[in-house]
Design a protein around this ligand. Sequence first.
Ligand code: BGP
Length: 474
Amino acid sequence: MAFPENFLWGGATAANQCEGAYEEGGRGPANVDVIPGGPQRRFVTGGRRIMLDFEDGYYYPAKKGIDMYHRFREDIRLFAEMGFSVYRMSIAWTRIYPKGDEAQPNREGIEFYRELFMECRKYNIEPLVTITHFDCPIHLIKEYGGWRSRRMIGFYKNLVTTLFTEFKGLVHYWLTFNEINVLYHFPFMGAGICFHDGEDPYKVTSAAAHHELVASAWAVKIGHEIDPENRIGCMMAAGTVYPASCRPEDMLKAQEENRKNYRLIDVQVFGEYPSYMQKEYERNGFSIPWQENDREILKNHTVDFVSFSYYSNRTVSAEEGPDPEKNSFFSGTRNPYLKASDWGWAVDPLGLRLTLNDLYDRYRLPLFIVENGLGAYDRVEEDGSVNDDYRIDYLRSHIKAMRDAVTLDGVDLMGYTTWGPIDLVSASTGEMSKRYGFIYVDLDDQGQGTMERTRKKSFFWYQKVIRTNGEDLD
Ligand code: BGP
């Protein structure tokens, strides 16, 4: 047998990319609401273009999402039909604490998620909850500056205490921060940070990272105290970085880039800052804003497992300048051995096996692949069907690679959730047309459409994969 019997199969979504209903149920405004679609999006997510309110002339896709707030029963029923044993989703912070710094939570938000979890349980689907997936209350940004402020740790502690208490017994698997390393690339989306003139972004993001790390360790502590059955993990955007050649300088560059990805996870797993990171901070004149208890909290409350997203990877060279031919999302150089997706992300199934091995060698903790998938344009045929063989090919090759990592390399893997089992708003572009789903949603990039859900060809394929516990991938 390739996968253990209790292997968890499912899909992953995030509140801001699917819930919509941004003003309902007492929900407050969040950073993710005011990130527009279109060319300005990346400047806003990067904290370079400050947009803290809706502005005329922009379309804001998170307002509507795919209306999952009202349709979650139908959507979970479809997940159950595919045979999901796990559903990864995220809590919208501002449904629980609309401003973020209130003393009491919003009951309506809590009851919404309780119903959602109970709906999962009805079908024996285990919820895997991301506590924050790119969301931060706008009030906390305006008032305190987002995660640049240490005050955020206290607000986050209130949030997690409420969640662990209210959902005790309903939820056992938690992730503290989605793709924690993304705060370096998208500081506004990842940590509610906008840069002001004259500021050193390196120092601001490094301080924010410390606050998130301490907050994450507190979550582990509080979560274990409230329910020892809780398993609490970290989450990184992963993908082993390749050197452009076997030149030692390129190897060193690749090692540096890999460490940039690992560094925060190193702290979450080992409970202390790695030496290479301390040295880098020293060179850049940054001092970690330590306060009482931080060291003890980090050291004694490390994560139970390591989860990660894997879509693609990148290749770097020591002489790297901007490369217009690059086939990766982040900076890098072109990898001539890999083809790219419609959005220019290199497709590399073997890279998933390499990544699994690197992470398992490094951390020796159970791993969980909580995002993987292909964002592609889909065509709806006249009879309404979507024949997404390209998506099936992508997933098949990646599942094979993960099977090899488990059976040939002995990686301890808890489960696999594909990204966007139902089409949802893209985080990087804000588009609907970048589709990942097994379930098609009738909605376009401007928010027009019926929102009707239909099963694609991949729906039935993934159903079979789950039914056979990954044996039949044809
Ligand atoms: C990850 C995020 C997700 C998701 C995914 C796909 O970085 O955790 O929220 O969106 O990437 O990216 P995109 O939506 O940009 O295609």
